[in-house]
Ligand binder design. Structure first.
Ligand SMILES: [Zn+2]
Ligand SMILES: [Zn+2]
Length: 68
């Protein structure tokens, strides 16, 4: 698309998860998209869904908040 700034030039924050893996006591669960649950927002949308084509984090891939 002409005139649009490339997303690849944004920097390291582009692939920083919302919740780092070390925040999970037993480790984060993996989404079928290849990113762990920490990359997904409250709605289950992957931070990098435009790259991995994530269709949403399955409910059974989400650690209950009390187990963090
Ligand atoms: Zn995903
Ligand atoms: Zn993903």
């Amino acid at each position: 698309m002409p005139g649009q700034v490339s997303e690849s030039s944004i920097g390291p924050s582009d692939d920083t998860p919302y919740v780092p893996s070390w925040c999970y006591k037993n480790g984060p669960k993996m989404c079928p998209c290849g990113h762990h649950e920490g990359y997904h927002n409250d709605a289950g949308d992957c931070l990098m869904h435009h790259k991995c084509k994530c269709s949403g984090l399955p409910a059974d891939c989400l650690t209950p908040i009390g187990e963090l």
